[in-house]
Design a protein around this ligand. Structure first.
Ligand SMILES: CSC[C@H]1O[C@@H](n2cnc3c(O)ncnc32)[C@H](O)[C@@H]1O
Ligand code: ZN
Length: 445
C-alpha cells in the first residue's frame, strides 16, 4: 500500500492502522505518511525507516483510523442542549424549540453554538460534519476557523426566521453563500429543504429543478415519525417519499434523514433511486420517533450513514455513542444479534458517511491520495483491555474520550486531547453568557 516516498510532512507510527478501505482489516504496527495534506504511504513500520519526515509521531498504543463523519446535525442547537427534554418531536419543536429559536437565534448565537458543537465533535473523533441551520454563513466561517470539513445545508422553509423571509429568499441567500465558498475544499454548501411538512410542493419542486440543474446535493428530514407519514397521506394521498420521487427529488444526491417509517415498497424505491439514508438512532430513540430499518436498507443496497442530529435532541454529538446505539438498536429491533456488526457500523460512521455526503473520493478511509482526515484512539486504558478485536473495542467499549489526536488534511485539530484550532476558554465563557440569557428570558423574544 505504498508508493514509497522518501519525504513526508508527517509520519505516524501506530499500534494499529484501520484503513476501512480497501480493506476493513486492522494493520498491526503500521505507519502512515502524510504529504501536502494527503496520505502518501501506509506501510509496515519496519519499512517506514527510510522516510524522512518533517515531523514524526510515535503512537504504539493507539489505533489510527479515518476521522468520523457525522452526517446530520444542527450544530448551533448545542446552546439548547437540555433546554427541552423528554418530549415527542412535534410538541418539542412547536412548543419549545421553535419559540426559543424565534427568541434567540442570531448570527452570534449560531457562531457561538456551532463552535461549541465543533469542540465537542473534534474531542469525540468527528472530522467531517453535516449541518442544517439558520445563518449557515456563520457556521461556514466557524468551520473554516476550526479547520473541520463540512457539508452545510442552507435551510429552506416556507416560514420566516431571523435568516430569511420565505423559500425564495432562503434559496437565493444559500446559493450566494455557496458561490462564496466555491473555492473552499473543506466547506461545501448544499440545499437543505427542512422537510415535506414545512415546504409546499411548489417550493420542493423548485429545489428539485435547481438541484438537478446545478448538480448539488439535497439534505432533508424525511419520514421521521409515523405521524408525519400519516399526516402527509391524509393531506396529499401519498407517502412523503413518493411525493419526493414524483417531484424528481429522489436520487443519489438526495440525503434522507431519519427514515423510521418505511414499507417494503419505500425500501425498494430508495434502493432504485440510489438515495442516501442518514440514520440518527439516539435522537430517534429520545424523541420516541421510531426505528429506521437499517439492516433491511443495507441488504437492499442502500448506503446508510450516521448522524447525531442536534444536541437538543440527543443530547450529545458523540459518534462513538451513536455507533454503539446503532449496533444495539439494530440487534434488538430485528431480534438478530448478528445484525450490524462492529465492522459494519464503523464503515457507516466513516466511508458510508463520506459517500452519503458525496465526499468518498476525499475522506472516509485511509487510502493513498485521500486527504489525511484521521484520528488516533488510545487503546491502552482499562476499558479497552484485553484487545482481541479492534473494531469491537472501538464500537462497544470506547466512549469517545479515548480519541487523543485529530487531523484534517494533515492539519492537527487536537493533539494529546488539546484542541489546536478552537479557543476553548473563550467558547466556554460565551456559552455561559448564552445560558444566562436563555435561562432568564426563556422562549420570549
Ligand atoms: C431549518 S434549520 C433546522 C430546523 O430544524 C429543526 N430541527 C431540529 N431537530 C429536528 C428534527 O429532529 N426534526 C425536524 N426538525 C428539527 C431546528 O430546530 C431548526 O428549526
Ligand atoms: Zn435534524
Amino acid at each position: 500500500m505504498s508508493n514509497n516516498p522518501m519525504h513526508a510532512d508527517l509520519l505516524i507510527h501506530a499500534g494499529w492502522v484501520l484503513p476501512i478501505a480497501p480493506s476493513r482489516q486492522a494493520l498491526v504496527g503500521h505507519s502512515v505518511a502524510v504529504t501536502g495534506g494527503a496520505i502518501s504511504a501506509i506501510l509496515p513500520r519496519e519499512q517506514a525507516q527510510d522516510i524522512a519526515a518533517g515531523e514524526t509521531l510515535d503512537l504504539p498504543h493507539h489505533a489510527l483510523m479515518p476521522g468520523l463523519v457525522n452526517c446530520h446535525g444542527h450544530a448551533a442547537m448545542s446552546l439548547l442542549r437540555g433546554f427541552a427534554d423528554d418530549l415527542p418531536l412535534m410538541p418539542w419543536l412547536h412548543d419549545h424549540i421553535w419559540p426559543a429559536e424565534a427568541a434567540h437565534v442570531s448570527e452570534q448565537f449560531v457562531s457561538d453554538g456551532a463552535t461549541l458543537a465543533m469542540a465537542e465533535m473534534v474531542r469525540s473523533g468527528t472530522t467531517t460534519f453535516g449541518d442544517m441551520y439558520f445563518f449557515p454563513d456563520a457556521v461556514a466561517a466557524a468551520a473554516n476557523r476550526a479547520g473541520m470539513r463540512c457539508q452545510l445545508s442552507f435551510p429552506i422553509l416556507d416560514f420566516p426566521s431571523a435568516w430569511g423571509r420565505d423559500a425564495d429568499e432562503y434559496i437565493s441567500k444559500g446559493l450566494a453563500l455557496r458561490d462564496d465558498y466555491k473555492h473552499n475544499d473543506r466547506v461545501h454548501l448544499v440545499f437543505g429543504p427542512h422537510s415535506p411538512y414545512t415546504l409546499s410542493e411548489a417550493n420542493l419542486a423548485k429545489v428539485s429543478t435547481l438541484a438537478a440543474e446545478l448538480d448539488v446535493p439535497v439534505h432533508i428530514h424525511l419520514h421521521e415519525t409515523r405521524g408525519e407519514v400519516l399526516q402527509a397521506i391524509e393531506q396529499t394521498g401519498e407517502r412523503p417519499l413518493v411525493t419526493l420521487n414524483r417531484l424528481g427529488l429522489l436520487g443519489p444526491r438526495t440525503q434522507c434523514v431519519h427514515m423510521t417509517d418505511l414499507t417494503d415498497d419505500d425500501i425498494k424505491l430508495l434502493a432504485l433511486s440510489g438515495a442516501q439514508v442518514i440514520h440518527c438512532p439516539q435522537s430517534n430513540m429520545k424523541l420516541a420517533s421510531g426505528i429506521a430499518p437499517i439492516t433491511a436498507l443495507a441488504s437492499a443496497g442502500v448506503n446508510v450513514a450516521l448522524g447525531t442530529d442536534g444536541a437538543a435532541s440527543n443530547n450529545d454529538l458523540n459518534l462513538f455513542g451513536e455507533m454503539q446505539a446503532a449496533a444495539l438498536l439494530a440487534k434488538v429491533s430485528t431480534g438478530d444479534a448478528t445484525a450490524l456488526s462492529a465492522d459494519d457500523v464503523l464503515h457507516m460512521a466513516t466511508l458510508g458517511g463520506a459517500t452519503a455526503l458525496g465526499m468518498e473520493s476525499v475522506t472516509g478511509s485511509l487510502e493513498l491520495g485521500k486527504q489525511a482526515d484521521m484520528i488516533a484512539v488510545d487503546m491502552s486504558g482499562p476499558e479497552t483491555q484485553p484487545l482481541y478485536h479492534l473494531a469491537s473495542q472501538l464500537v462497544y467499549s470506547c466512549n469517545g474520550s479515548q480519541v487523543t489526536h485529530s487531523w484534517v488534511s494533515g492539519k492537527p485539530l487536537m493533539l494529546s486531547r488539546q484542541l489546536q484550532t478552537i479557543p476553548w476558554d473563550s467558547v466556554q465563557s460565551r456559552v455561559a453568557t448564552w445560558q444566562q440569557r436563555i435561562q432568564s428570558q426563556g422562549d420570549t423574544p
